[in-house]
Design a protein around this ligand. Structure first.
Ligand code: ZN
Length: 735
């Protein structure tokens, strides 16, 4: 045994099997309560071995501790891997020695494999018994490897709190807080899109109220990847709070661009560029960015080591074995943590309803190739500007078919520039032409790569289709490839732009080609692979509406996660996790702030409510000038918008004034005591009257001016005084 342990000591962390065995042993020695479940190593050992292992528990723990206080171990490891001096043949040491002991000699060979005890027996009874024992032993070992939760430190009182402030009950707007007692990190600060109930709103950003309440313990913002629904709200956040910001180069590059647009350039000093496979100590956490494939390059999952246990947050992911840059998902690091024992997994639920596997990004290439082959005129390809690999593929096939490339659309140009500058992709500069040069080339030598695949009316494609683009107009010989899928809610606008292009006579290649677009999110089989690799004790499906996370829950149960260990969160739920339990402890305030992107301005909730009221029910404005003494209306004006057509206005005005006059003549004297109370009373009367007639509650504005007070009141209420010389048909004197 001594030899074995010395061997394992001398080996580096990279020797996965041994180092994990070592950790396993050490932890096991410390947790007797797990004896029963730990069938993998412990059961067959003689007593002596156990005591030896306990002796060795301390050095292992020390090593564990060193690991937590991270050193960049993977760099030195790669050097060590080249010298074979310390490396051992895995099968030669630990198993070999362990089974030499007395009573096992009958059942096992020296190398640890099981013997057939009576090879020359009559019949096969004993032979089958020996085989069966082998099956039982293997099953035990396999089952033991499925749930490595005995490796969690069940004795710890440490707990972690998880609070999503966005990204649940919705697609987009992702933002999650992970907290210990003393420190906290924010994972992603994304934006989402408004729906029809938010007129004049461009983007939505999470409510930051909760951050305000814990701001003193926030150590950093960490970014998984550079999609807008993960970084779009970062500049708005940094206008309020400034914390260190950690991310991979593309994410920081794109956040940096936003900071410049928002006048936050100086905050780039807070950026920390991370390296994958290299954990970083941030507050109470040690975080490793793990490479993952997705529809934007340089995406990551996060392994977050805490005193309570390891948390894996997948970010957005798919498992693409043939990505364009040949950098597949780092399954080995995910498996590494899985084998170590993961307390909690948070995983992407976007495509939970899709069975099978999301096809590789590479599968789009041949579709492009075929379309380019058949195109006789210009090819116009539109996709998400952040999908650099899609753009890269289109350009590569364009070049193959001898076409020059015009990149049109601000975000597309910007993203491609940054990807080329940072060296993510390599394209020759002479491949590109400017939009105004397109006309100088024959149609069959032009590829236009552009934005607008969601039918956005401001986009280049839309303007080309409506003849509003300065240089390009869609013509019948064009082939337009929409390499995208409508984001839920955008179906109408995508259909509208397709109609426009087809009316212009051009060919449109959209969803009728199955592999013209592939998703960036994991389908069920990939979600299963993630669950099986990580083998989490607790599971929180994230990124999706309730039906998406509920479906992901079913997938997780099928992959061995206990139902009681899964919680379906909503934004604002605060979940507490310890290796022994997971529970919701409270709700914090969440919501959305509305942003007018043109002016980079917040819009208050009231404004949106008012806009909706105006849009749905219209507005009714009554202005009265009154003789206070005689309680008589001297003059009135009725204005309506969105209630009746122009022709009916006079009739409505007459109807209202008859009723108002009747109301005033029957009213108690005290309603005339001041303009405010009269306005309030008239408001209530009008509300009833209008509802009776229209079954709607339009916005009602009542201004009463007592004679002799006109100027004074006008200044107070910002009501334009009625100028008697400007009477029009809506003003009728009734006095
Ligand atoms: Zn994403």
């Amino acid at each position: 045994m001594n030899d074995i342990n010395e061997n394992t000591h001398s080996e580096k962390e990279g020797q996965t099997t041994n180092s994990q065995q070592k950790r396993h042993n050490a932890q096991h020695a410390n947790t007797h309560k797990d004896e029963k479940r730990n069938t993998y190593v412990r059961k067959p050992r003689p007593q002596k071995t156990t005591s030896h292992m306990q002796d060795n528990a301390a050095p292992h723990s020390a090593n564990e501790h060193k690991k937590r206080n991270f050193k960049p171990q993977f760099k030195s490891e790669s050097r060590d891997m080249q010298t074979t001096e310390n490396r051992k043949w895995v099968g030669e040491n630990k198993h070999a020695m362990r089974f030499k002991k007395e009573k096992y000699e009958v059942e096992k060979h020296e190398d640890g494999t099981r013997k057939i005890k009576t090879p020359s027996e009559k019949g096969n009874l004993s032979f089958h018994k020996d085989l069966k024992k082998g099956v039982e032993a293997n099953t035990k070992i396999q089952k033991g490897s499925l749930n490595p939760h005995h490796k969690l430190n069940l004795n710890t009182n440490e707990k972690i709190r998880i609070t999503p402030l966005g990204g649940l009950g919705e697609i987009g707007g992702n933002m999650t807080i992970i907290e210990t007692e003393k420190s906290a990190i924010i994972i992603d600060i994304g934006m989402s899109f408004p729906d029809d109930s938010m007129p004049g709103v461009d983007i939505l950003i999470p409510d930051f109220q909760y951050i305000q309440s814990i701001k003193n313990k926030i150590s950093a913002v960490v970014i998984t990847h550079a999609h807008e629904d993960h970084i779009g709200a970062v500049p708005y956040f940094y206008k309020q709070f400034q914390f260190p910001l950690y991310g991979t180069p593309l994410a920081l590059g794109l956040v940096g661009n936003k900071f410049e647009e928002h006048g936050l350039k100086q905050h780039k000093a807070l950026f920390h560029i991370v390296e994958k496979r290299t954990p970083v100590r941030i507050g109470d956490f040690e975080i490793e960015w793990i490479h993952i494939t997705h529809s934007i390059i340089d995406s990551s999952a996060l392994a977050i080591r805490t005193e309570a246990g390891v948390i894996i947050h997948t970010g957005d992911f798919k498992i693409d074995h043939t990505p364009i840059d040949n950098l597949p998902t780092d399954l080995h690091r995910l498996a590494y943590y899985g084998e170590e024992g993961v307390m909690l997994l948070l995983s992407d639920s976007t495509n939970s309803h899709k069975s099978g596997v999301t096809p590789s990004e590479a599968s789009v290439g041949p579709t492009f190739d075929n379309l380019f082959k058949t195109a006789t005129g210009r090819v116009i390809m539109s996709t998400f500007s952040s999908n650099i690999h899609r753009v890269y593929q289109a350009i590569t096939y364009g070049l193959k078919h001898n076409r020059k490339v015009a990149v049109i659309g601000r975000s597309m140009e910007k993203n491609l520039d940054i990807a080329r500058e940072l060296g993510y992709i390599d394209l020759p500069s002479n491949a590109f032409i400017e939009a105004h040069e397109v006309l100088q080339y024959p149609d069959n030598e032009v590829l236009i790569v552009t934005t607008g695949s969601q039918g956005e009316t401001m986009s280049a494609l839309y303007r080309m289709a409506t003849d509003e683009h300065r240089h390009i107009k869609i013509k019948p010989t064009d082939m337009v490839i929409l390499s995208a899928k409508a984001i839920p809610g955008n179906e109408g606008s995508v259909s509208a732009v397709i109609n426009l292009i087809m009316k212009a006579g051009a060919k449109v290649a959209y969803q009728d080609f199955s592999e013209i677009h592939v998703s960036g999110h994991a389908a069920q089989e990939e979600q299963k692979l993630m669950l099986r690799l990580i083998k989490p004790k607790f599971f929180l499906p994230v990124h999706g509406e309730y039906n998406h996370i509920a479906k992901h829950k079913q997938t997780a149960i099928a992959c061995g996660v206990l139902e009681k260990n899964i919680y379906l969160m909503e934004d604002g739920d605060q979940i507490e996790v310890n290796p022994n339990y997971m529970r919701k402890v409270k709700s914090v305030r969440t919501g959305k702030s509305f942003v007018d992107n043109q002016a980079n301005r917040h819009i208050e909730n009231d404004v949106i409510n008012e806009r909706n009221l105006l849009a749905n029910d219209g507005i009714f404005i009554l202005t009265l000038r009154m003789d206070m003494q005689k309680r008589k209306i001297l003059e009135h004006r009725v204005n309506v918008f969105g209630i009746v057509g122009q022709k009916e206005e006079a009739e409505l005005s007459k109807f209202i004034m008859e009723n108002i006059n009747m109301y005033l003549s029957n009213a108690k004297p005290n309603i005339f005591k001041d303009t405010k109370s009269l306005e309030n009373d008239l408001f209530s009367a009008l509300r009833k009257l209008l509802f009776k007639r229209f079954k709607k509650y339009p916005a009602i504005l009542v201004n009463v001016l007592f004679d002799g007070e006109v100027r004074h009141k006008a200044a107070q209420n910002k009501v334009i005084p009625i100028d008697e010389t400007e009477q029009d048909k809506t003003i009728e004197s009734i006095s």
